[in-house]
Design a protein around this ligand. Structure first.
Ligand code: CA
Length: 84
């Protein structure tokens, strides 16, 4: 009975890195993506309080959805512009 508690700590630590693990698999996980289709629609974008005017800027291929690479490019440019 002395050995039963050794593995619990590792499981708790791994739960915190779930988002990073999914991103590494190529999936686009963002809290704005409420439909969980790995893309952000205009409605989801606005609902998440992202700047409405920026949706068209982020949608590089003009398909009306922001996919992972599009969001990362937009977010990176925004952060660079903000000086952070
Ligand atoms: Ca797009």
């Amino acid at each position: 009975m002395r050995f039963t508690k050794f593995c619990l700590a590792a499981a708790v630590v791994l739960a915190g890195s779930a988002t990073a693990a999914l991103a590494a698999e190529g999936r686009f996980i963002h809290p704005a993506d409420t439909s969980k289709d790995d893309r952000i629609s205009k409605a989801e974008w606005v609902a998440y309080k992202l700047p409405a005017d920026d949706f068209a800027k982020a949608d590089k291929n003009k398909d009306g959805l922001i996919d992972g690479p599009e969001f990362v490019a937009w977010d990176t440019a925004r952060k660079a512009h903000a000086g952070h």
